[in-house]
Design a protein around this ligand. Structure first.
Ligand code: FAD
Length: 309
């Protein structure tokens, strides 16, 4: 892992830094590159703009690691309101949620209850609930939550990270559930005991896992999404999909708001399914630091915003 990435990921865990930087106007301004605004309305409006270009969306309220049941219930209510508002607006918008935002640190049962409520609310409008994958200590509890949820709801998905050694085994087990899976490379700071330290190995793992997902999608045993901005990886996935006769409609690409906009439009315009994850909310610091760590060159945007005064 590069030094800049390691430092940014370390910084993402610092509550002191969060307190200091979240108040600075230039930092708030720089976040606009990756999020349209802090309010629900900002996210809905951005989803409406994307839909004109044929791009669907996934909406997420920023936050993680809530430590009491009432806070987790409030987050659940916010997502219920979000689902209702996006349905009213006629948007093709799913939601993506973090288990620790819905109470996993408090108890498995609270998180399972809140996720169940959201799956029920989403299914009323034919929407999906994607469960994010957080740091590796949450991997087992998150997969357990997914199994419980999947037993009762068809409209739930889970995210897998190609940087973890374990993911190949997790995928094999999940495929028995006719799952919905989003494959990403992984955004957290993980030790070499559990995750590939070298980017080339993370990329190789991503391609190997993609191939298995494409086979499952082609055979109709899984619904799949590739959460990546990696243009070369996307081209290779499309090449392999065509070679194995997996139709374009059988899989989806997902990217984060504001990243690779040209590629998002190009994919949507050439018959691929494209969905953009739009984040909103006041709790953006750790999430924003992870975005900077993915591409330390983005720190330049923060510095330029600072110079603008
Ligand atoms: C829809 C979605 C959901 C996600 N959910 C999760 C999750 O639940 N758990 C999790 O651990 N991670 C999640 N991630 C983050 C993911 O793990 C990666 O950290 C992130 O996508 C960067 O990896 P990459 O595949 O884009 O490829 P990389 O190899 O990191 O980047 C490839 C290229 O993409 C561009 N790029 C990538 N990131 C940025 C950026 N921040 N700014 C500007 N350009 C960039 C650059 O051109 C770069 O060269 C999610 C990502 C997406 C798109």
């Amino acid at each position: 892992m590069g030094l800049a990435r390691a430092l940014l990921l370390k910084g993402s865990e610092s509550s002191w830094l969060a307190g200091q930087l979240s108040r600075r106007r230039f930092v708030r301004r720089a976040t606009r590159r990756f999020m349209p605004g802090e309010r629900m309305e900002d996210a809905l409006e951005a989803a409406g703009v994307l839909s004109v270009a044929g791009i669907s969306s996934i909406l997420t309220l920023l936050g993680e690691n809530v430590d009491d049941a009432e806070a987790a219930a409030a987050v659940t209510r916010e997502y219920e309101a979000l689902l209702a508002r996006s349905a009213e607006a006629g948007l093709d918008s799913d939601i993506s949620v973090k288990p620790t935002h819905l109470g996993l640190d408090v108890s498995h049962d609270i998180a399972a209850h809140n996720l169940g409520r959201l799956a029920t609310a989403a299914s009323a409008n034919g929407r999906l609930v994607a469960v994010d994958m957080e740091a590796t200590r949450y991997c087992d509890p998150t997969l357990e939550l997914y199994r419980v949820l999947r037993a009762e709801h068809a409209n739930v998905g889970v995210c897998l990270q190609s940087y973890l050694y374990r993911t190949s085994t997790d995928l094999a087990e999940l495929l028995a559930l006719s799952p919905m899976i989003r494959l990403v490379k992984g955004a957290y700071k993980e030790p070499p005991e559990v995750a590939y330290p070298k980017k080339a190995d993370v990329d190789d793992s991503y391609l190997r896992l993609s191939e298995r997902l494409l086979e499952a999608a082609r055979d109709g045993t899984a619904r799949i999404a590739f959460g990546t901005h990696d243009a070369a990886m996307i081209a290779e996935i499309n090449r392999r999909a065509a070679a194995m006769k997996c139709p374009r409609e059988a899989y989806e690409f997902q990217m984060l708001y504001g990243i690779q906009r040209g590629l998002q439009e190009h994919l949507a315009g050439t018959g691929y399914r494209m969905r953009v994850l739009i984040s909103y909310g006041a709790y953006w610091f750790p999430w924003y630091m992870r975005r900077l760590a993915e591409r330390p060159a983005n720190v330049g945007f923060v510095l330029r915003s600072m110079l603008k005064g």
